[in-house]
Design a protein around this ligand. Sequence first.
Ligand code: PLP
Length: 317
Amino acid sequence: MPVTFQDIVSAAARLEGVASHTPVLTSRTFDAMTGCTAFFKAENYQRAGAFKFRGAYNAFVQLTDEQKKNGVLTFSSGNHGAACALAGRLLGVPVVVVMNHDAPQLKKDAVAGYGAEVVLYDREEQVREELGNKIAAERGLTLVPPYDHAHVVAGQGTAGKELFESVSGLDVFVCGVGGGGVLSGCSVAAKHYRPEVAIYGVEPEAGNDGQQSFRAGEIVKLDRSPDTIADGARTTSLGLITFPLIQKNVMNMLTVSDDELLVATRFFFERMKTVVEPTGALGAAAVMSGKMDVKGKRVGIVITGGNADMADLVGRW
Ligand SMILES: *Cc1c(COP(=O)(O)O)cnc(C)c1O
């Protein structure tokens, strides 16, 4: 397998003192509503506001001195870009981020705020990988992609490692999915600590390529980036590194609607007093809307990020 538990242990050592050990939140109200005992791994409190900093830093810190000096290019709808920008700032590596022009302003500002160069593209007309590869080749930059990279996946897996180390006896583990980096990485840690755990990935309904791939037994790619409020999961396919891990470790791939994501984000805000972006609520929304059997079970749920445009979100509630 492309990423092992030992890789996650090594990543955790690199991240020690740099990434936050995020808290695990509980809510009696959520438990009463769903009939389970839920433990939320709150990556909305991670540096740069999402789990992405774990993978980005783990990849950056392993670049050669030459690569660090020349700089990194990445493509991102937001959170991975901000994570790379921050990792670059901490390690003195110049960073270029190729972002879709309609990415949330908050996310564009975060990337620029950490000192990275932003290149905008139109997701209707250009393929970001092609544009990214072209700029990287022209300028001698090393590509650190958002999910299909062993160092990125191992870094994301440290969130799962921390959760399973701090909470015993989890029966179910639920995690949002874009390209599958956080789910696949965490699945390796989850199976290490708790081989019997039932792992579920959750995608937005409009972008269920992962569910289709899981069923077909091969990677299914969407023709275009899906329209969903879950802007961190507008990917068109799983990756060559993430898919085999998902096939091996995951019980099922589920979907939630944008309305279900809105209900979940509002619940976090009003009842748990915590800010979660729509993509960050994928796992919780699936549990809240009864997509799997969790009655009487101990359920670990990753809150993947908190970079919500609050004015926009409140307007939709
Ligand atoms: C990137 C992202 C995801 C999806 O992660 P993948 O590793 O691409 O599956 C989920 N939630 C948030 C908040 C993200 O930024």
